[in-house]
Write a new protein. Structure first.
Length: 55
């Protein structure tokens, strides 16, 4: 059983635009007291992909 997998990336705006074109549901947030942003993408079969970047 997998809860989620995580990947890091650099270009937030480029990645957000790409995610929006997929039609998948996603959430965008930051980790409090850090300079790390997170995007969670919810794909088929209930899989959740976490994408992290430096703000």
């Amino acid at each position: 059983m997998i809860n989620h997998v995580a990947f890091a990336f650099y270009e937030r705006d480029v990645v957000l635009k790409h995610i929006e074109t997929t039609g998948y549901r996603f959430e965008h947030d930051t980790i409090p007291a850090t300079d790390i942003g997170q995007i969670f993408v919810y794909g088929p079969g209930g899989i959740r992909i976490e994408l992290q970047y430096r703000c």
